[in-house]
Design a binder for this molecule. Structure first.
Ligand code: CUA
Length: 169
């Protein structure tokens, strides 16, 4: 059987197309570092999260040079810390968030970043963010959690190292 020259060309073109689609999807899945939040944060007793080793008192803790841990309680209808005062972290730092809920399911979406986690009572959502820009990010609850859901928001403020040191003293 003879295959026409143009038919061969089109065959080749469609194979190239399929291979590049697969390459694009593969890159999209692993290239930009997008990952599901795992259960690495462990579990806590939702009625008393701070009693667990996996969850300290809410707040910002320094864990190393330019490394911080931030413990956040998401509850009806605020982030603690985050809502009444912003969570303040220094620029060029690596920040690991530990977020849990003592009541119902909430969301933790950091606007302008790829942070978008579900906060499940009794589960600690753990995720790490690198802040490279001095900027204020809004925290938005994006899981319906009750009558005040639409008001549930907060802020993460990324400040200069000197401002962070100054504010701490
Ligand atoms: Cu919390 Cu919606």
């Amino acid at each position: 059987m003879e295959i026409h020259r143009f038919e061969k060309l089109w065959l080749l073109a469609s194979i190239v197309l399929v291979v590049s689609f697969i390459a694009t999807v593969t890159y999209g899945a692993v290239g930009p570092g997008i990952a599901m939040v795992s259960d690495s944060g462990g579990t806590v007793d939702p009625s008393n999260p701070t009693a667990s080793d996996n969850f300290r008192e809410p707040g910002v803790y320094q864990t190393g040079e330019n490394e911080y841990a931030v413990y956040v309680l998401a509850r009806q209808f605020l982030f603690e810390p985050g809502t009444s005062e912003p969570i303040e972290v220094p620029v060029d730092s690596t920040v690991t968030f530990y977020v849990t809920s003592p009541d119902v399911q909430h969301g933790f979406n950091l606007v302008g970043t790829n942070v978008n986690a579900m906060v499940i009572p009794g589960q600690v959502a753990e995720f790490t963010v690198q802040f490279e820009e001095e900027k204020r990010h809004s925290i938005v609850c994006h899981e319906y959690c009750g009558s005040g859901h639409h008001t549930m928001s907060g802020n993460v403020t990324v400040v200069s190292q000197s401002e962070f040191d100054g504010g701490d003293a």
